[in-house]
Design a protein around this ligand. Structure first.
Ligand code: BES
Ligand code: MN
Ligand code: ZN
Length: 487
């Protein structure tokens, strides 16, 4: 689905949507007099109240045929409400048999940024992953080709470029997450990110030999049972010029998580194809930053591994030595994400010396028990960083909720035989996982860990996604960089 901006679209399009603010009279001046009365009456009967995302659909006589008028509620007309309206419009009409919709956004009296969000959210909501469906019924196929926006503020161009960059980043994330494990594995994940080089992103790839030389025993222990080779992919965007990145984004990229020898139960195991959602979000965010030429130096680093059971796989009870030198007793091979991340975190700090690190990981099922699918969990060693993330969360729509860290939880992962074990007791599973990662963060580095286990995949559609891969994290990270690292 395409977005077009046109100040003077056809006078009587077949489908015309008109933005209406809460408590405002709908501006029907584009319609003929008798049609105006029909639309007003119909909207009243339908109890249309212009809340953001509500739509009153009215069929109207048009020449010898039938046209369609959509009154599109935009609530207050601010950024969040405009996003809601854009998502609702494309969600509702994507497969409705219509090819084109003209939207008059002028009555929303919205800023350029809010109109750009409207357009971008409409585009985001239209993303689908149908590539393996060869016998899809015609009625289920998307028909909507273009949403043409009329009445946008004159300065919408640059806001639209930025918002569209986020949409492109989301598309990358979603396709990485939606692809099954036989298609996306460490090497193919890297290949799917190659095109970032054309946008000016510098890529560095580590193979298993190089990781071995660096002493990444924790990450390699996870990979050991897989026929696929692990990779670390670093994506560097130097939008401010030369110099160390001020921000590092780190992603868990377990391209498939069987649990290893601590094998997961069969039912639902297929979901573990999206255990690379953190890595996917990092790749998508880097794409967004590059496309909009963000004025910040950011590096995105993802640890790509497949967790499989096999004759060579690591055993419960094995002790591995991480790149940091700290040793780990692997009690449960299914707690593999932290084993991958700890070595990536050490390497990132050694290689790039970032002042701030944000990691994203589908780390614990316990996070879904805590927060369901409504918030990602956030842990931070710095209150200012936590607040920056919460602000970015509210502005972007990617919801976060902060969790505690403390020495009392840290104690729970002490091991009798090594420096730590990779699991704690049953309680506070998400927190002990975060405490584990914290042991790999250098003094003075601001760090936040986002456990997004419940957020990367959805069983029902949301405002800006179809069911399936949500792209959680891309909008959040883009917003964080824009608000905190570009001024
Ligand atoms: N990838 C899973 C976490 C997960 C589970 C994400 C369900 C999304 C949905 C992670 O590697 C894992 O298996 N964690 C274990 C940790 C446990 C062994 C301490 C878990 O949550 O059960
Ligand atoms: Mn696991
Ligand atoms: Zn996992």
């Amino acid at each position: 689905m395409k977005i077009a901006f046109d100040a003077n679209p056809a006078a009587t399009p077949e489908t015309l949507a008109i933005a209406v603010k809460r408590n405002a009279q709908a501006d029907l001046s584009r319609l003929e007099g008798r049609t105006q009365a029909l639309v007003r009456g119909a909207a009243e009967r339908a109890r249309f109240d212009a809340e953001a995302g509500t739509i009153a659909e009215i069929f109207v006589p048009q020449g010898d045929g039938v046209g369609r008028v959509l009154l599109l509620g935009v609530g207050a007309g601010d950024e969040a409400d405009m996003a809601k309206a854009g998502g609702a419009l494309s969600g509702q009409y994507l497969t409705a048999g219509i090819e084109d919709i003209v939207v008059d956004v002028k009555p929303a009296e919205a800023t350029a940024t809010a109109v750009a969000r409207f357009a971008a959210t409409a585009a985001q909501r239209a993303w689908r992953f149908d590539r393996y469906r060869t016998t899809m019924p015609e009625r289920q196929k998307p028909t909507l080709k273009t949403i043409t926006i009329a009445g946008a503020p004159e300065s919408t161009d640059s806001a639209w470029r930025d918002a569209n960059a986020v949409t492109q980043g989301l598309d990358l994330t979603r396709s990485l997450v939606a692809e099954p494990g036989n298609v996306i594995y460490p090497e193919s994940f890297v290949e799917r990110c190659r095109h970032l080089e054309e946008l000016g992103v510098e890529l560095t790839v580590l193979n298993e030999t190089e990781m071995g030389e660096l002493g990444m025993g924790a990450l390699l222990g996870v990979s050991q049972g897989s026929a696929r080779e692990a990779r670390i992919l670093a994506m560097r965007w130097n939008g401010r010029g030369t110099g160390d990145p001020e921000l590092a984004l780190v992603g868990k990229g377990v391209t498939f998580d069987t649990g290893g020898i601590s094998l997961k139960p069969g039912p639902g195991m297929e979901d573990m194809k999206w255990d690379m959602g953190g890595a996917g979000a990092v790749a998508g965010a880097m794409k967004a930053l590059a496309l909009r030429e963000a004025k910040a130096n950011v590096v995105g680093v993802v640890g790509l591994v497949e967790n499989m059971p096999d004759g060579l796989a690591q055993r419960p009870g094995d002790v591995v030595t991480s790149m940091s030198g700290q040793t780990i007793e692997v009690i449960n091979t299914d707690a593999e994400g932290r084993l991958v991340l700890c070595d990536v975190l050490t390497w990132v700090q050694k290689t790039y010396r970032p002042g701030t690190i944000v990691d994203l990981a589908t780390l614990t099922g316990a996070m879904i028990i805590s927060l369901g699918h409504e918030h990602g969990g956030m842990f931070a060693n710095d209150d200012a960083l936590a607040d920056e993330l919460l602000a970015a969360s509210r502005a972007s729509g990617d919801a976060l909720w902060r969790f505690p860290l403390s020495p009392a939880y840290d104690k729970l992962i002490d091991s009798p035989i090594a420096d730590m074990k990779n699991v704690g007791p049953r309680g506070a599973g998400s927190i002990t996982a975060a405490q584990f990662l914290k042991r790999y963060i250098d003094e003075g580095v601001r760090w936040a860990h986002l456990d997004i286990a419940g957020m990367v995949w959805a069983d029902k559609p949301g405002n800006h996604y179809e069911k399936g891969a949500t792209g959680f994290g891309v909008r959040l990270l883009d917003r964080l960089v824009r608000d905190r690292f570009e001024s």
